[in-house]
Design a protein around this ligand. Structure first.
Ligand code: IVH
Length: 669
């Protein structure tokens, strides 16, 4: 590869890996599979070896992913929290064994501890005098989020040790969620119209970063601890030490094996690759560690990974099946989603009948055709995706898949805007699934919270009683009563629920009317800054785009929504029905902080963080989550990260303590 191409690719890979690291660790929403991530990392590693002059100090090859967000106090790891080198093939694993033995020279009979690689969120927990003291996430390996309160709620983490334990202990391990808990949680989320978690690992790391530990407690997390650090180690053997730690009350791994040679390792891998489906939690591979701590010490570590351990990762399970047909679904915004109907097949514990095909580009890239044998894999999402077509099994008569050009529901010509992946049906006023979808969204819990099911909405639409959201408010008793399955009581309940919804606050009404790109948070921001619907209707794109967190795309979408006279008519009908179209001003304590943008950081002594934020709003101020030159005030509590203080000073932002803040507001607590 030429130097200039290599340089460009290295920069590109660094940016890409940084982006996926953030998705994985901070947002807990990975967009690519671990395998894809590791392949990118490997490509970067190889290029950096060939062209060391282009390697940057902050290259992802030198760092471990950063899982911190701004919501937690930062805590330093006394012993850096390393990641593990990983491999997907047995040859590389053999190389690890050979390298290790070569390094150790004479000492050739290395014993390995083979363990499961638990798929969750890494944690470091400290005990002083046998008492649970602090729990920190990995963070950047040196500093992590202090999640002590949340980890306290995990039942398998002991609060007090038993027996003859050392004075100071740090345990490293993994917080995870069992399949049973995960399923229960997702069922609950679906019932509450919340987005389900895509896998147990995301559910576990998302839960670990929740702000309210009472909520964490309800989620029933689990924790396994697989490494012991202490100055008073019971023995030279890692596995023996974990057995001893078990007697102190720790949940240490039970499925491990000492391997005397490579065949033993191989056997362990094969066994678990086959039997992992019988576990009630996810593992994504096997960890192999030199068992002797003396050897571990001699081998040492690189900046990122120990030389005495490696992980062998399982490939995501993939199976082949037949593509029977492709459905094109129309969502409430008119977006078209192609979905593959498959011959049912067993994959990673569930029977799969459908797979996502995302959009027209994916279909043409795969060149997937009806009747093809396709490989499917479960990636980061719940719905599996088609990875590849088995061309050797293609029927010569198979026809190239033509993407639809008209809406399958209303036959309107589809549109596809430049730069957008999806096709849209523009007939938002008359396309049945769009109308029904809009009504469902309007009634949903986070919106107007009207208790009505999908089937009733369908029946009301088909009976032509409800053609748009505003028609819900002119429904009569007799219309509802005439629907199949409705009796007096159920009719009354629905009428009552619709009536009650008229009290829904403006920001929720704004969310409910279903403007594209306006989710509940943006709706809240719009409502708070423009106060009423007429101001929003009359705002220009520029005015809208000036509002914090409202970008060009949202501004344009809001503007165009209200340029449509059908929408204006619907709003007028809703106004007449008595819905709230202006913000209800909360009673203010004062205007002392009027329009001041304020950031808080750290923990506080007299108030909780939430209470401080509330005080800011009640006195006219605005909470912001990141420091910029527009920030007016920085309220620093205990344990504020030094980099934040530095940044505030650099930008000349006034920094005050909790007490100074209290004085400023003239309140005493
Ligand atoms: S040992 C110094 N053992 O996998 C100790 N890690 O991809 C290094 N993991 O960072 C870790 N199961 O979060 C170890 N049995 C196990 C593990 C394990 C899962 C995680 C851990 C690590 C990551 C590397």
């Amino acid at each position: 590869m030429e130097r200039d191409i290599a340089e460009k690719r290295i920069v590109e890979l660094c940016n890409l890996l940084e982006f996926h690291n953030h998705n994985y660790y901070v947002l807990a929403k990975p967009q690519i599979s671990d395998f894809e991530f590791d392949m990118l990392l490997k490509e970067l590693q190889e290029l950096e070896i060939k062209f060391p002059e282009f390697q940057s100090e902050n290259s992802p090859t030198k760092r471990v992913g950063d899982d911190r967000n701004n919501e937690f106090v930062q805590a330093k790891h006394k012993i850096p929290m390393l990641s593990l080198g990983n491999t997907y093939n047995i040859e590389e694993l053999k190389d690890f064994d050979i390298r290790l033995k070569r390094f150790l020279g004479e000492n050739n009979n290395v014993k390995y501890s083979c363990e499961l690689k638990y798929d969750g969120a890494a944690i470091s927990i400290t005990y002083i005098n046998g008492i649970f003291t602090q729990a920190i996430t990995r963070g950047d390996g040196n500093v992590g989020d202090d999640v002590t309160q949340n980890v306290r709620t995990i039942k398998s983490v002991p609060m007090k040790l038993k027996g003859n334990f050392p004075k100071e202990i740090t345990m490293r391990g993994e917080v995870f969620m069992s399949h049973k808990t995960f399923e229960r949680l997702n069922n609950e989320r679906i019932l509450n119209e919340e987005t389900p978690f895509s896998n147990p690992r995301n559910a576990a790391s998302g839960t670990l970063k929740m702000q309210k530990s009472a909520e964490v407690a309800k989620r029933n997390l689990d924790c396994v601890l697989y490494y012991l650090y202490t100055d008073e180690l019971p023995s030279d053997s890692h596995t023996k030490n974990l057995e001893t730690a078990k007697t102190w009350g720790f949940n240490t791994p039970s499925n491990y094996k000492i391997a005397e040679n490579f065949d033993d390792i191989f056997e362990f891998i094969n066994y678990w690759e086959e039997n992992r489906k019988n576990l009630d939690f996810d593992i994504d591979g096997i960890v192999i560690k030199a068992d002797s701590l003396k050897l571990q010490d001699e081998l040492g570590q690189t900046s990122k990974t120990p030389r005495w351990a490696v992980s062998y990762k399982f490939k995501a399970e993939r199976v082949s099946t037949k593509l029977l047909s492709i459905d094109f679904q129309v969502g409430r915004t008119g977006a078209i989603t192609p979905v593959a109907n498959l011959e049912p097949v067993q994959l990673a514990g569930t029977i799969v009948k459908r797979a996502s095909l995302h959009n027209a580009d994916i279909i043409s890239e795969l060149d997937v055709r009806i009747g093809d044998i396709v490989y499917i894999e479960k990636g980061g999402e719940i719905i599996p995706k088609i990875i590849e077509v088995d061309l050797s099994k293609r029927n010569i008569e198979a026809q190239k898949t033509e993407y639809i050009s008209v809406c399958p529901e209303c036959e309107t010509q589809l549109v596809r805007k430049d730069g957008e992946a999806n096709h849209y049906c523009p007939n938002s006023e008359n396309c049945p699934p769009q109308i029904k979808g809009k009504i469902e969204h309007f009634c949903s819990r986070k919106a107007m919270n009207i208790t009505i099911g999908e089937a009733t909405i369908k029946a009301l639409y088909e009976a032509k009683f409800v053609k748009n959201i505003s028609d819900l408010f002119s429904l009569t008793n007799s219309q509802i009563f005439s629907l199949e399955g409705f009796k007096e009581k159920s009719t009354e309940n629905l009428i009552e629920s619709i009536e009650k919804s008229k009290n829904t606050p403006f920001e929720k009404v704004l969310f409910a009317i279903g403007i594209r790109y306006v989710g509940s948070t943006v709706a809240k921001t719009l409502a708070k800054s423009l106060k009423n619907i007429d101001n929003i209707i009359n705002a220009s794109i520029e005015q809208l785009a000036q509002i914090e967190e409202v970008g060009e795309k949202i501004a344009e979408s809001v503007f165009l929504f209200f340029k449509n006279q059908d929408n204006i008519r619907i709003i007028d009908t809703l106004k007449n029905a008595g819905l709230k179209f202006e913000i209800e001003e909360e009673e203010k304590d004062s205007n002392i902080l009027e329009n001041k943008k304020i950031i808080i950081s750290g923990t506080f002594e007299k108030f909780s963080r939430e209470e401080i934020k509330e005080l800011i709003e009640k006195n006219g101020g605005k909470n912001v989550s990141s420091i910029s030159k527009n920030t007016d005030l920085f309220i620093g509590g205990e344990n504020v990260g030094p980099s934040k203080i530095e940044k505030a000073k650099e930008l000349n932002i006034k920094i005050i303590t909790e007490n100074e803040f209290i004085e400023m507001l003239n309140i005493s607590n």
